[in-house]
Design a protein around this ligand. Structure first.
Ligand SMILES: [Zn+2]
Length: 160
């Protein structure tokens, strides 16, 4: 018999959300009590738009550095296959508000001050598709997302 699996992300009504937003998906405890939190970092409105892979890829590399410079406990921040945002997994408990501020601050740095030398891991040795990057796209998308503002609620606009 196949085990029934419910994946929270597929239960979310993607037509009801209002991006850009940060949403706490789950808080989970391991067998020895360690807590991790999983966030939906939705930067683009689902089924209306999607970031191109090159810009998304460069944002991914930059967020790997910029989030860690702003908050401890980051485990992973990986893009959704639909290219509308990222999963952010953290050690410990964090509020959507705290994470939204970290993302906003990181995107501001991407939009304003980043030069190609600041993008980590862009060589053939350090990336799995090093030719598919665009800092121009990353910066333009960061600006567009910041213009709309990042909400701490996925369903109603509570922009920080
Ligand atoms: Zn890469």
């Amino acid at each position: 018999m196949t085990k029934e699996v419910i994946v929270e992300s597929f239960e979310l009504d993607h037509t009801a959300v209002k991006a850009p937003y940060v949403r706490l998906i789950s808080e989970e405890s391991g067998p020895v009590g360690d807590v991790i939190t999983n966030f939906d970092i939705r930067l683009v409105q689902p089924n209306q738009d999607a970031m191109p892979t090159s810009g998304l890829h460069t944002i991914e590399h930059l967020l790997a550095k910029l989030i860690r410079q702003r908050i401890g406990g980051m485990i992973d921040c990986s893009p959704f296959g639909c290219r509308t945002g990222f999963h952010l997994i953290m050690w410990g408990r964090h509020s959507s508000d705290t994470i939204a501020k970290v993302i906003k601050d990181s995107l501001e740095e991407i939009a304003q001050v980043t030069s190609w030398e600041d993008v980590p891991g862009t060589t053939i040795e350090s990336c799995g598709n090093y030719k598919d990057h665009s800092l121009f796209s990353a910066k333009e998308w960061a600006k567009l997302i910041l213009e709309q503002g990042i909400s701490t609620d996925p369903f109603k606009r509570q922009v920080i």
